[in-house]
Design a protein around this ligand. Structure first.
Ligand code: ZN
Length: 69
């Protein structure tokens, strides 16, 4: 579940930037932004912070932040 309150301007901007540039280096920063907004979904946070995770355009975690469900 994704709480719309986690979709802050900062989180949304980071997610859009990663989606459009296909550069997912900011994923841990996005995790921080989500957590700052109160996100406690460990599956999302762990995925974004996992240095070995392979992100793709359309990554489920990004889709959640972008609201592309
Ligand atoms: Zn991913």
């Amino acid at each position: 579940m994704f709480d719309v309150n986690w979709r802050t301007d900062t989180a949304l901007a980071l997610a859009k930037q990663m989606y459009e540039s296909r550069n997912f280096g900011a994923a841990p920063i996005l995790a921080d932004a989500l957590q700052d907004a109160g996100c406690d979904a460990e599956d999302i946070l762990n995925h974004l912070r996992d240095p070995s995770a392979t992100h793709v355009r359309g990554c489920w975690a990004l889709d959640l932040v972008l609201g592309k469900e």
